[in-house]
Design a protein around this ligand. Structure first.
Ligand code: ADP
Length: 497
């Protein structure tokens, strides 16, 4: 976790930088490409517009006094020789073609013949379109010297001696193209370099700022995670909803809360265990000390003690062994419940029948104390859905307590009542009652550090009841008044047939 937190930011920053560099190069290249395209288009359009009338001029100038054809129908080459002369002097970038009306090249005036064989025809639709638009529109036509390529041109129709055709002038001929490409190359090399240098400087500045802003929240989170990792369990991301990565920030805070919550829970469980061990060992010590005392007395004074005294001492040791074994059983039972090793096996059963059985079981003990033990409305049969043996254990503890804490001639009543989807079980006695300040602690009395506050008993009976009811997703309530009696009430889900 430590290394992950430390390397998270640099890795991300590297990726962001890489993305930025790729972006800058792509923008630079696109910029140069787009500028190149539009600059050359603009350049060509300007040339075409400026020279739109060149073909007309050629016809007006050259064909006025002399025909482009000789009497035998062949081309008047000397006339075109003249034209070549003019071109050499004025514009070496143009190429002039004499076409017949089908677009066939009858003669060409080009300065450089060294290149590949020229085409024999020029396609006519661009020429018609050019003439129709009077050269105002940007139109590309065939380059006869480079078949397949298109160039700006000027064209004009002629009609001489009954022969029709076109004077077709490629304005950006091979020569023009060579010069233009060299210049463009140099120009764009400078432009590209300038653009890349400038955009890189700006991109680096913007990138630094952007990465700083982008990783700001991440740095806050990383630092908080590091603090938490180094032991500051209170470290949380302040105002997580305002973070750009609020899901991450909130998740971290929730995770940190869960971890600290679990640590607190573990600490309190540990504290409870220590209290339990301290209190239980105190409870174990008393009967053990009594046992030891009486056994020693029996050993030392075995000859002087009367038979009655011996019986009495033996009865006391017997009672204390009982107490010890009960305590150890309770402890074992409680620790199993506490460690969540007990899984309730829930099934429908008659709580009425179970109550009857328990009443019968405790009748003798109650009778010994002259306590009246009875079940209210015994005829109504209530079925609940719960773990029968766990519920039996809980009821047994509650009835046992009720008898234990009730004076002779008192009453203990168990009542069952249907309440909505539940059956309410109420064990009421007319016993000693529980002082108000103790009522909150009786279900986890082993928590009490003040041992003087303890009465007889292990204090685990009610803790076991509480745990059993927790396993049934229910709780127990106590209503008690000192010297009047107590009621322990809980609900179990009724079984719906
Ligand atoms: P123990 O009875 O072994 O001490 P319990 O957990 O069963 O342990 O009960 C905890 C305490 O709650 C008892 O010590 C007693 O003070 C009080 N208590 C429980 N049931 C009753 C009752 N029916 N009447 C009066 N006090 C009771």
């Amino acid at each position: 976790m430590k290394t992950a937190a430390k390397t998270l930011t640099p890795k991300l920053v590297n990726k962001l930088w890489l993305a930025l560099i790729v972006l800058v190069v792509m923008i630079g290249m696109s910029y140069v490409g787009i500028t190149n395209y539009f600059a050359s288009k603009h350049n060509q359009e300007t040339i075409q517009r400026l020279n739109a009338d060149v073909a007309n001029h050629v016809i007006a100038e050259k064909f006025q006094n002399a025909s482009p054809f000789l009497q035998d129908g062949s081309v008047n080459t000397s006339l075109f020789g003249d034209l070549m002369h003019d071109m050499m002097a004025v514009n070496q970038g143009i190429e002039v073609y004499l076409l017949n009306e089908t677009g066939e090249i009858l003669y060409s005036v080009v300065l450089d013949h060294s290149e590949n064989t020229p085409a024999k025809n020029v396609s006519l639709p661009p020429i018609h379109s050019f003439i129709e638009n009077k050269g105002e529109k940007y139109i590309l036509g065939d380059d006869p010297r480079l078949p397949g390529e298109e160039k700006i041109f000027s064209a004009a129709p002629y009609s001489v001696d009954g022969r029709n055709g076109f004077v077709y002038i490629v304005l950006a001929g091979k020569k023009f193209q060579e010069v233009s490409e060299t210049l463009m190359g140099q120009y764009f090399a400078k432009l590209g370099l300038g653009a890349i240098v400038l955009t890189s400087i700006f991109a680096a500045l913007i990138g630094l700022l952007a990465i700083w802003f982008l990783t700001k929240n991440l740095r806050v989170i990383t630092n908080t995670v590091r603090c938490f990792n180094e032991g500051d369990l209170s470290a949380r991301i302040a105002n997580p909803d305002a973070s750009d990565i609020s899901i991450f920030a909130n998740s971290f805070n929730e995770m940190a809360d869960t971890i600290t919550g679990n640590i607190d829970k573990m600490k309190s469980i540990d504290l409870l265990r220590r209290d339990l061990i301290a209190n239980v060992s105190h409870d174990l010590r008393t009967p053990l000390a009594i046992l030891k005392g009486y056994i020693e007395t029996l050993q030392i004074k075995k000859d002087t003690l009367s038979e009655n005294e011996k019986q009495e001492y033996l009865q006391i040791t017997h009672d204390n062994v009982d107490k010890l074994s009960k305590l150890i059983n309770q402890l074992f039972e409680y620790s199993k419940l506490e460690a969540e090793q007990v899984t309730p096996v829930k099934e429908p059963f008659s709580i009425t029948e179970l109550s009857h059985d328990l009443i019968v079981k405790f009748k003798v003990i109650a009778a010994q104390k002259q306590i009246e033990l009875q079940i209210d409305n015994p005829k109504e049969n209530h079925i609940v859905f719960a773990d029968v043996s766990l519920v039996e254990r809980a009821l047994q503890n509650l009835i046992e307590n009720a008898i234990k804490y009730t004076e002779p001639k008192g009453k203990v009543r168990l009542s069952l009542q249907k309440k909505g989807k539940h059956v309410e079980i109420n064990i009421t006695d007319t016993g000693t009652g529980i002082p108000l300040n103790e009522q909150a602690f009786i279900f986890d009395r082993y928590k009490q550090v003040d041992k003087s506050a303890k009465k007889q008993g292990s204090g685990l009976g009610l803790a076991i009841v509480k745990k059993i009811l927790e396993l049934h997703d229910t709780t127990i309530t106590v209503l008690s008044k000192p010297k009047e009696g107590s009621s322990f009430i809980f609900k179990l889900p009724a079984y719906q047939v």
